[in-house]
Ligand binder design. Structure first.
Ligand code: PEP
Ligand code: MG
Length: 787
């Protein structure tokens, strides 16, 4: 049998039908309302490649060095070509089409020729693979009819060999030949409304069901294209707390082509509540049945057609950890949530947790002070680093004391228990990198390298910005990161405003992804380039353009992989010439009196379009590899002219701006004042770079300690610019976001949510608190609107 019907399948058939197929079969068997369908089994795929004799060639083709992107691209092309060009044996073709016909007779949702519209989805299986979903690309084709069915099945098989899938398996050390793929073919429900449902509270395990709903097909909710309505239902008394969202788009089946298309929701239905009380009742009944069946809370995808509820998918909620379960009886999520304090609960390290306990720090004398830029309290011997050779003397648990950190120092920064610098502000390299590594840090002390002695034991309080004499914290406790004991729950409070995270070093991607953020709001590429130790021009001259592109592909890919399918907004290069000057080739950099006002960001890119082209080539390759979650962000633009010029370069590099998500940073007053014109260039988003926007609006150099007290992102002038841009962008349907340091501050979060910003990107250690702050402000707004 090449195919198995869903009602012939149980949860144990994982190896035959993959995770998706097994789950749908299990639900069907339990009598739940699953649309009818069948699975082309993994064994069928296997016999297809074996009987055609392409198996050996296939596995040989993909046995490549995954870090060599040219070889990887070639491997993926060859493997996919082998599958896509091998014809179906007649008996297999007939069996699949006969099964399809049976679905057709089973439905009234038929195309003109009587055939059903079906969804075709890959369902990967792999021995020993902890999460088989990663093994194959999650290929899904909606509204497929008979004429395209076989082609789509073959495309699902081929999705096992996209560049991303090959790379992932290679990285994880999985043998390509042990991974198989099944294909689910299931009747499409032409949903009028749909969404997801958590059968218990996803974070606490409380007996509360959470339903998210929007108009049209469920893809819009699952992919995050729409902000759905939110219904919180008590399972005890079935009381419902309703939050109706403004639903701007919906995914529907195009009547002519049968394709799924995104459409604007008609004005009058945007603010209309999606599910009725009776439908909520039906969903909750269903939720209870499915949770009873599996004996654990489930995350369900559902759809409603003509009042009838269907279940499209159900998976266990993996995010309720044991600690939370234990707490659930007494604590609600809201009660356990801290206000923004800068020290996070459960998300930081023991160091930061000790921030409140270690009141004993008052006993030591403050010997140096500066800006507390990464929270946590640690003690350790100071190691003065004045040149790169000194890094060798930094051992685990030491405190690095240096003028300013550089990309070369990152391995030592990871070993260190703390970092203290003479120079730099809250947005300096040392501050950003230490926060991302979760290492407590103090920057801008002016004199730490001269006042502290090499080997002297100090205590660093990254919250207060104080360095104290002696050891105030036990070293063993310091080095045990909380994450290993209790991972931060990836489930966040549900908010209409997205909360994302900033990443500047690819090494921090895993930690950033574990915050449960909705994506990366800013991935800085400077670190990837500066760590080459040569200016881009020099590196290209010595190693070739391809090597340069490759470095960017590797760095961006490691983050895009960690977050996939959550979006990752990657900024094109923006380093001032004084940072390049330190590198090999730096002598050729122009001499500038004021690099902050000079040759950086889009200005440099548009001047050196030859170098910019190699950077854009990295994006093109990533798209080709299947990283459709990568977005492009242009820094330091002033006006529409800058954007049009950059857009032309994108097109020239083979990137279609109509197909990809891209946007600009609002970092100069000019860009804020020209928001109208910028919005008309075709951008998808505008993101506030408040570090620069503040320095340029207030004429306060962000790195100048003499005016540091004047650096105020909440200055009315800055806020007025931001507020006006949000309003203009809303009129043009352009998303707005913040990715500057201020996005981690509660006052700014309040201001932005009230103004209607689409997303906020925060530092790793602030994500959880920002999520709660956003939720608090959103609830307040809702309450005010109904009072
Ligand atoms: C900003 O200016 O706010 C920003 C995010 O960019 P950077 O700090 O890298 O200049
Ligand atoms: Mg900036």
């Amino acid at each position: 049998m090449a195919v198995l019907w869903l009602d012939e399948i149980g949860a144990d058939d994982l190896e035959t039908v993959g995770g998706k197929g097994a789950s749908l079969g299990e639900l069907t068997g339990a009598g739940l309302p699953v649309p009818p369908g069948f699975v082309v089994t993994a064994g069928t795929y296997r016999s297809f490649i074996e009987e055609a004799g392409i198996d050996d060639e296939l596995f040989a083709a993909v046995d490549v060095d995954a870090d060599d992107s040219a070889a990887l691209a070639e491997a993926a092309d060859r493997a996919q070509e082998l599958i896509l060009e091998t014809p179906f044996p007649d008996d297999l073709r007939e069996e699949i089409l006969a099964a399809y016909d049976e679905i057709g007779t089973d439905t009234d949702d038929s195309s003109d020729d009587g055939g059903a519209f079906v969804a075709v989805r890959s369902s990967a299986t792999a021995e020993d693979l902890p999460d088989a979903s990663f093994a194959g690309q999650q290929e899904t084709f909606l509204n497929v009819t008979e004429d395209r069915l076989l082609e789509r099945v073959r495309e699902c098989w081929a999705s096992l060999f996209t560049q991303r899938a090959i790379y992932y398996r290679q990285e994880q050390g999985f043998d390509h030949s042990t991974v198989n793929i099944a294909v689910v073919v299931q009747q499409m429900v032409d949903a009028k409304k749909s969404g997801v449902m958590f059968t218990s509270h996803p974070s606490t395990g409380d007996p509360t069901m959470i339903i998210e709903a929007a108009w049209g097909l469920g893809e819009a909710v699952v992919s995050g294209a729409v902000s759905p309505d939110n219904y919180v239902v008590s399972r005890e008394d079935r009381s419902v707390d309703v939050t109706v969202a403004e639903k701007k788009v919906m995914h529907v089946k195009d009547a002519e082509t049968g394709e799924t298309v995104e459409r604007a929701v008609p004005e009058d239905r945007r603010d209309e509540r999606v599910v009725t009380d009776a439908e909520i009742d039906a969903l909750v009944d269903l939720g209870e049945r499915v949770e009873d069946h599996y004996d654990e809370p489930q995350d369900v995808e559902w759809a409603i057609v003509d009042g009838e509820v269907f279940m499209l998918q159900s998976r266990p909620i993996t995010t309720i950890d044991e600690t939370d379960r234990a707490d659930a009886a007494t604590d609600s999520l809201e009660e356990t949530a801290d206000p923004i304090t800068g020290v996070t609960d459960g998300s930081g390290s023991v160091q930061s947790a000790q921030g409140s306990d270690a009141t004993g720090t008052d006993s030591g004398e403050i010997v140096v002070d500066g800006l507390g830029s990464s929270p946590g309290i640690v003690s350790g011997p100071a190691k003065i680093v004045t040149k790169l050779d000194d890094l060798a003397k930094v051992s685990d648990g030491d405190v690095i004391v240096t003028e300013m950190t550089m990309p070369d120092m990152v391995p030592a920064m990871k070993r260190a228990s703390g970092i203290i610098t003479d120079e730099g502000g809250m947005t300096s390299h040392a501050a950003i990198v230490s926060r991302e590594l979760g290492v407590p840090a103090i920057v801008g002390t002016t004199n730490a390298t001269t006042v502290l002695n090499d080997g002297e034991v100090v205590t660093l309080d990254g919250e207060r910005g104080a360095v104290l004499e002696g050891a105030e914290v036990e070293p063993e406790e310091e080095t045990e990161p909380v994450e290993e004991v209790r991972p931060q729950s990836p489930v966040k409070p549900m908010t209409a405003t997205e909360v994302k995270v900033n990443v500047s070093i690819p090494e921090a991607a895993e930690r950033a992804a574990a915050t449960g953020a909705d994506g990366v709001g800013l991935l800085r590429t400077e670190h990837m380039i500066l760590s080459l130790n040569q200016t881009p021009e020099k590196f290209i001259e010595e190693n070739g353009a391809d090597a340069y592109t490759n470095e960017l592909v590797q760095g961006i890919r490691s983050v895009a992989d960690e977050f996939y399918p959550r979006p990752v907004r990657v900024r094109t290069l923006d380093a001032p010439t004084d940072e390049f000057r330190e590198l090999e080739g730096g002598a050729d950099e122009p001499a500038e009196h004021n690099p902050m006002l000079g040759y950086r960001g889009i200005r440099r890119s548009l001047d050196r379009t030859d170098v910019f082209a190699h950077e854009l080539e990295a994006f093109r390759r990533l798209y080709e590899m299947g990283y459709d979650n990568v977005e492009i962000m242009l820094p330091l633009v002033n006006d529409a002219e800058d954007v049009h010029r950059a857009k032309r370069q994108m097109t020239k590099a083979g990137i279609d701006p109509e197909k990809r998500k891209w946007g600009v940073m609002i970092e100069t007053p000019a860009s804020a004042l020209c928001a109208d014109e910028l919005a008309a260039t075709g951008i998808d988003f505008a993101s506030f770079g408040t570090n620069d926007l503040t320095q340029y609006t207030l004429a306060v150099d962000r790195n100048n300690k003499h005016v540091a007290d004047r650096f105020d992102e909440l200055h009315p002038g800055v806020l007025r610019l931001i507020g006006d841009v949000i309003e203009t962008c809303r009129e043009h349907d352009v998303d707005t976001s913040i990715c500057g340091q201020a996005g981690s501050k509660p006052d700014m979060v309040q201001f932005l949510v009230n103004e209607g910003v689409s997303s906020i990107s925060a530092n790793i250690d602030a994500v959880r608190d920002v999520q709660h702050e956003v939720k608090r402000v959103e609830q307040k707004l809702l309450l005010e609107s109904v009072r």
